[in-house]
Design a protein around this ligand. Structure first.
Ligand code: MG
Length: 251
């Protein structure tokens, strides 16, 4: 599959899809608190997505059993919502969500601290978010994909954090995952040239310890190999003639 360039009409639908997803993320925030199970959060989010007339795109994606990926602490991504996973004070909660609006996908992830967390955990969250914003400084027409990857990787490297290499960002549109893949670390090749109308999900996943990750026996949940904390931050963006537009973050 080649990288798709969206028409003005498609961009309008992608924008609406992204704006609704932002509302869904914001709507979940009051429920991310001690005592909530990740399954309850998933159900609340599912109902929210449906209330906007949209569909969750993660549900049944390659058999994924939840509408949201909810990953705690050393879980990097793809945590399966469960009645047995209860959010506790001091947890890092990563919520990755996506939806389909009139056939167009959006995808965004946030990391939340529940109550007090360690200064290291706080820094990890901040730096992961900063990595996204460093990355999109390079997300301009005429640049190449590797300019984004290099910018993300360089920022995380300043803090000697582990940059997850086994999972990457991606193009997005009428499919959740489109070309190109967007690594969060420098590549040997410069990659595709960025053009106005490309829509990309840029998503640094950064570990407090080493970069290595492993898959649990559920075949979904990705955890840090060394048990260290991990953070994730993602938005769907649009390449324009000037500044990139963040479709899943308007404020
Ligand atoms: Mg994604």
């Amino acid at each position: 599959m080649s990288v798709t360039i969206k028409t003005a009409h498609e961009i309008e639908l992608m924008r609406e899809s992204g704006h609704i997803l932002e509302k869904v993320h914001d709507g979940l925030i009051p429920y991310i608190k001690p005592g909530m199970s990740t399954k309850e959060l998933d159900k609340i989010g599912y109902d929210l997505i449906l209330s906007y007339g949209c569909k969750p795109n993660f549900l049944n994606y390659n058999g994924f059993p939840g509408s949201f990926c909810i990953s705690l602490n050393d879980e990097v991504v793809h945590g399966i919502p469960s009645d047995d996973k209860i959010i506790q004070e001091g947890d890092l909660v990563k919520i990755d969500a996506g939806l389909i609006y009139k056939g167009y996908h959006s995808d965004a992830a946030r990391t939340y601290a529940v109550g007090e967390v360690s200064p290291d955990a706080r820094l990890l969250m901040e730096v992961t978010k900063q990595c996204f914003f460093e990355g999109i400084k390079a997300a301009r027409a005429g640049n190449h994909l590797n300019d984004i990857s290099k910018a993300i990787g360089a920022h995380a490297a300043k803090f000697r954090f582990g940059i997850v290499r086994d999972l990457v960002g991606h193009g997005i549109g009428t499919h959740l995952h489109e070309d190109p893949e967007i690594p969060n670390f420098p590549q040997k090749r410069r990659g595709v040239k960025l053009l106005p109308g490309m829509t990309l999900a840029i998503e640094p996943m950064i570990n407090l310890g080493r970069a290595d990750v492993a898959w649990l026996d559920d075949d979904w949940t990705v955890v840090t190999m060394d048990g260290s904390l991990s953070a994730h931050y993602e938005n769907t963006i649009l390449i324009t003639d000037g500044e990139p537009e963040i479709l899943t973050l308007t404020k």
